[in-house]
Design a protein. Structure first.
Length: 560
């Protein structure tokens, strides 16, 4: 058969061309085969120029951190030791969260106690009991002999300040609850309970081994991941004076059989299944902060060099080069000799100031000290804002530069920073300070005759403390207040909130000054009484209170 007979001819008598085959649909990439095309999410792209080299590993939180923990922490500590911005950032957080006085105000949950025990625990009992317990706690926590600290160096506030510094820099806060009855005696300790603050570096897997299934970063866990104990070096691995002990590990159970804590380990949990801290708040910005330190040092060095090398004299001849060019002739030497004689003999003075006289052909040039670079301030500000964002504080708190802010922007920034600060304080109090206080409270209820509701045996709380620990130990921790930017306007706002019933005196005083409202009220009563004794005119607020009392007396008598 002729091949042309099978062809279809067109109008011109020539065979018709075949239509092109349709293009195959572009296949989209799936989970592991992303080279065929686009992905539904840009974040999953592995072919583009911006994303192809970005392939971070997907690890568990313990594997992600514990392998590199020592390296990260050592770098962060170096920054905090040697850089003013890093050190200042940590100090700002500590001064706002802990400050110079970190106090516990008892708030026992009397409703839960009533349900658990069947006795008539009420608000009046909670107030009376809290006052007595708080007085005992202050005697222990602020003891002049420092018996709350094993090393007898720190008050409880100072223990918390150091522990939170470890938390911010290292990622962990670690303390041991010790029982030392041999210290009790007249003029000595009142309680056998005492606390031992431990460097988190000492919490590690014995013999420097890798993490294991039930031992993560020195934390021994059970099948549910709950800590059951801690492996702690007898001495720090960098302590030259205890090199032998640094290779010995002690296992300390998390708690006693009845629930009294032996070790308190606090860190900010960022992922499920995490058993060690996240290497501190500066870990995300270590690289940028180090770059800023190098840039700042380079600019400073350049500025110093420019300041020293400020001016120079330019001559048309150089002694050695001219001599070589002239084959050792006398022309160059003659010129240089003339310059020397000229400067030696021309010392024209105007008063006490020497006037510069130049030899023929010479001229003075200056070095322009254009340092720091014009964009240095903007670059520095951008890096410090990055550091502030990562640390959870305002940029002004990091740089201590308040020159470019007004009231509204400063207040907005500090309110946002205060939210983070309050959260950090509350988390630290719940995870570190409160467990230590509850261990002391267990001993306190056995030693002292505390107020009890009618019909409740005196030793009831001591016998049942393990079961009632949570409602009995409930407390509120007071640190530094937020402070004021505009005291007049902000205090007026507080007064309006009190008058409208939107807030309480306890909340306002604690937030703005960090004081205890009951102590403030007691002090006001003392001051009014003293003013009257001395015959001094009363403050306006005291006069207003007296007028209010007088106005209410006729109404009360009419009601009777």
């Amino acid at each position: 058969m002729n091949d042309r007979s099978a062809l279809i001819l067109g109008p011109d008598g020539h065979p018709m061309r075949r239509a092109p085959a349709p293009a195959a649909p572009r296949r989209r990439s799936l989970a592991l085969n992303g080279g065929w095309g686009n992905t539904p999410y840009d974040a999953a792209d592995i072919t583009g120029a911006h994303m192809s080299a970005w392939n971070p590993l997907l690890w568990s939180p313990d594997v992600e951190l514990n392998i590199y923990r020592d390296r990260i922490v050592s770098r962060v500590r170096d920054l905090v030791r040697n850089d003013g911005w890093a050190s200042g950032t940590i100090t700002r957080v500590l001064d706002n969260a802990i400050g110079g006085s970190f106090r516990a105000i008892s708030k026992p949950d009397y409703r839960a106690l009533r349900v658990k025990t069947g006795f008539a625990f009420d608000a009046a009992w909670a107030d009376e009991w809290g006052r007595v317990v708080d007085s005992h706690w202050r005697s222990f926590a602020e003891d002049e002999n420092r018996y709350c600290d094993v090393g007898r160096r720190l008050t409880f506030t100072q223990i918390c300040w150091s522990a939170m510094r470890h938390d911010l820099v290292d990622g962990d806060a670690l303390a041991q609850v010790c029982w030392l009855p041999e210290r009790i005696g007249r003029g000595r300790a009142e309680y056998a309970t005492t606390f031992n603050l431990i460097d988190p570096d000492r919490l590690s897997v014995p013999q420097n081994n890798w993490d294991m299934e039930f031992c993560r970063g020195g934390v021994q866990i059970d099948e549910w991941g709950a800590p059951v104990g801690y492996h702690i070096r007898a001495a720090h691995q960098g302590d030259w004076f205890a090199a032998a002990k640094s290779q010995q590990w002690n296992f300390i159970a998390r708690e006693t059989a009845w629930g009294r804590p032996n070790v308190v380990h606090h860190f900010q949990t960022e992922r499920a299944g995490q058993h060690r801290g996240g290497a501190g708040i500066l870990a995300p910005v270590v690289q940028r902060l180090k770059m800023l330190i190098k840039y700042d040092g380079t600019e400073l060095d350049a500025a110093i060099v420019n300041a020293i090398f400020g001016a120079y004299v330019e001559s048309p001849f150089d002694q050695e080069m001219v001599a070589d060019a002239l084959g050792g002739g006398e022309a160059g030497s003659a010129y240089q000799d003339m310059r020397s004689e000229f400067h030696g003999g021309n010392r024209v003075m105007l008063g006490d100031v020497r006037m510069p006289m130049l030899a023929p052909g010479e001229k003075i040039n200056t070095v322009s000290a254009a340092r720091p670079a014009s964009n240095f301030r903007d670059f520095e500000g951008a890096i410090l804002r990055n550091v502030a964002s990562g640390a959870g504080v305002s940029a002004m708190q990091v740089s201590n530069d308040w020159s470019d802010v007004n009231y509204s922007s400063a207040r907005a920034a500090l309110i946002e920073a205060w939210k983070t600060m309050s959260r950090r304080r509350q988390n630290f109090a719940q995870g570190f300070a409160s467990p230590l206080r509850s261990s002391w409270l267990e001993e306190c209820v056995t030693l002292h005759d505390l107020p009890m509701p009618a019909g409740v045996p005196k030793d009831f709380l001591a016998r049942h403390f393990p079961d009632l620990k949570t409602p009995l130990s409930r407390c509120k921790w007071l640190g530094p207040g937020r402070g004021y930017i505009d005291p007049v306007a902000e205090r007026k706002g507080s007064i309006m909130g009190l008058d409208a019933g939107l807030t309480t005196l306890e909340e306002e005083i604690a937030e703005n000054s960090g004081a205890d409202w009951e102590e403030t009220a007691d002090q006001r009563a003392v001051e009014v009484r003293r003013y009257r004794e001395l015959g001094l005119p009363l403050p306006e607020w005291a006069i207003n209170e007296l007028d209010a009392d007088r106005a209410s007396q006729p109404k009360e008598q009419d009601a009777k």
